[in-house]
Design a protein around this ligand. Structure first.
Ligand code: AMP
Ligand code: ZN
Length: 115
């Protein structure tokens, strides 16, 4: 439930995070266990557990995650070199926090396919 959601607690300031970007709908903060020199998480302020739990009205909010990613990439100076955006859905993809989040990874060469 939302009351126990780690990222809702970060949004509410109940758990500290290194906030990188914020607007009315979106919050971004550094990943606590970075997998690249730039590794941050971009979340909707609205609690949505997984991509499977999106309703049609959430399309606009999810688009705003991409707009935030674009702004953050520019701010970090990684737009031209490149960056990876990842959304894991459910256990087999490696989702561990059940509040939708977009990973942004940058500042090192990333391999494909991912593990
Ligand atoms: P995922 O595996 O896609 O669900 O990603 C969850 C991410 O959240 C992982 O990369 C974790 O390192 C990160 N994470 C877990 N707890 C925190 C926290 N308190 N602050 C920032 N990032 C966190
Ligand atoms: Zn949440």
């Amino acid at each position: 439930p939302m009351s126990e959601c780690l990222f809702c607690k970060i949004r509410q300031g109940e758990i500290p995070a290194d906030i990188i970007f914020e607007n009315d709908d979106v919050l971004a903060f550094n990943d606590v266990n970075p997998q690249a020199p730039v590794h941050l998480l971009i979340i909707p302020k609205k609690h949505i557990s997984t991509v499977n739990d999106m309703v049609d009205d959430d399309q606009l909010i999810m688009g705003k995650l991409f707009s935030a990613a674009r702004a953050i990439a520019k701010q970090k100076g990684v737009s031209d070199d490149g960056y990876r955006l990842v959304v894991n859905c459910n256990e087999k993809a490696g989702q561990t926090v059940f509040h939708i989040h977009m990973h942004m990874l940058a500042d090192r060469a990333l391999t494909w396919p991912p593990g």
